[in-house]
Design a protein around this ligand. Structure first.
Ligand SMILES: Nc1ncnc2c1ncn2[C@@H]1O[C@H](COP(=O)(O)OP(=O)(O)OP(=O)(O)O)[C@@H](O)[C@H]1O
Length: 207
């Protein structure tokens, strides 16, 4: 269970806005996070990942305190060991598809399984510049899953995919999530696209 209660002032949201989220994410659940543009959805994921700090907040994961602003506890992103799929993919320009995966794990069978699930098994030697936008996006997702994370954060992970590819990938990913028993938080502008795998929705709006 991930328990989150955070408050962060946002710079630039219609002057001044505050992101306030109080929510519990059940272990193994998939949550579709949505809300208006600029409301702080990406900022929320970054707070959970430890990449941004809120003014006030408490985050616990299975009784372990990740963040407690009152007690000045704030685990680093490395200590949190979660999978993060960034909106801009954050791929390495000089690494091939396989090298991206090997950078994250030595488990060859797991790499082969993921590349097949994401239909990149024929493009293993390609660097990002030689992949389409949708293929780059799939590589970003598979790379995040390579470390077998217990918690997976994804920011608009299907935006570059056509409907068919998206639906097929969502089914494959759903099987991976179940295997890993991962808790998954997905920011999406279209919660309907996740209706087949999402256990719940969380609406975020800055106030
Ligand atoms: N570290 C930060 N500290 C304070 N404010 C921030 C920080 N990062 C971003 N912001 C501001 O917070 C607001 C929300 O940004 P964010 O990217 O989280 O929104 P979003 O809901 O993901 O938007 P979109 O749906 O358009 O991607 C923006 O106005 C941004 O300028």
């Amino acid at each position: 269970m991930i328990s989150v209660a955070i408050e962060k002032k946002l710079k630039g949201y219609a002057g001044a806005g505050t992101l306030k989220v109080q929510h519990q994410f059940a272990t193994g659940s998939v949550t579709a996070i949505h809300g208006p543009s600029g409301a702080g959805k990406t900022t929320f994921l970054k707070i959970v990942a430890g990449l941004t700090s809120p003014e006030n907040g408490l985050i616990t994961v299975n009784e372990q305190v990740w963040l407690d602003t009152a007690r000045k506890v704030n685990l680093s992103p490395q200590q949190r060991r979660l999978g993060f799929v960034f909106q801009d993919y954050a791929l390495f320009p000089n690494m091939s598809v396989t090298e991206h995966m090997q950078y994250a794990t030595n488990d060859k069978d797991w790499i082969d399984y993921l590349l097949k699930a994401g239909k990149l098994e024929t493009l293993t030697k390609h660097q990002p510049a030689y992949l389409s936008g949708g293929q780059q996006q799939r590589l970003a997702i598979l790379r995040a899953l390579a470390i077998k994370p217990q918690i997976i954060l994804m920011d608009e992970p299907f935006s570059a995919l056509d409907k068919l590819t998206k639906n097929e990938l969502i089914i494959e990913l759903s099987a991976v999530f179940k295997t890993l028993k991962s808790t998954v938080l997905v920011v999406t502008h279209n919660p309907d696209e996740l209706s087949r795998i999402a256990d719940e929705e969380l609406y975020i709006s800055a106030i």
